[in-house]
Design a protein around this ligand. Structure first.
Ligand code: SME
Length: 146
């Protein structure tokens, strides 16, 4: 699953810079995958996550300290997180009240966790291992651009 989408992304990234690639991925995923309602990339900087590109509603969470929220937990653990119901997650930062579930997948470059892709959905339990595998592949494509 998602192999068609992955091929389109791979082909489209060929002639894009890193910044253009990040924005393309955010726009493409948000516009083409049902339930990917907010898509963004955060990058690590001095134990904070800095929002670099996104597509979806504007968020005030453009800087998140390590350890805070689902994003901050992933920054520290180096592990992806899938949260089926964000309202049951205690360490969660709400971007808007419509969000019901979330997936965060770390972005590795030379075996170092340097950032993450973060996707919010307005649907409960939207994300599973298919999404995880898809996003791991996307992050590998991004890593090649760095
Ligand atoms: N919900 C995230 C914060 C980032 S927003 O989803 C854009 C979290 O708990 O870390």
């Amino acid at each position: 699953m998602y192999s068609k989408e992955l091929n389109i992304i791979k082909k489209s990234l060929e002639n894009l810079t890193l910044d253009e690639s990040l924005q393309f991925i955010c726009d493409f995923l948000q516009n083409n995958i049902i339930g990917y309602d907010w898509v963004g990339f955060y990058f690590h900087q001095d134990k904070n996550l800095i929002l670099k590109s996104y597509c979806g509603l504007k968020t005030e969470h453009t800087q998140i300290p390590f350890g805070k929220g689902i994003c901050g937990q992933t920054a520290e653990s180096n592990n992806p997180m899938i949260v089926g119901d964000v309202n049951k997650e205690e360490n969660y930062i709400s971007c808007n009240i419509n969000v019901k579930s979330e997936i965060v997948v770390p972005l590795f470059n030379n075996n170092k966790n340097i950032g993450q892709i973060d996707i919010d959905s307005n649907t409960l339990n939207r994300f599973n291992t298919l999404d995880l595998d898809f996003l791991l592949e996307i992050n590998k494509l991004v890593s090649k651009k760095i």
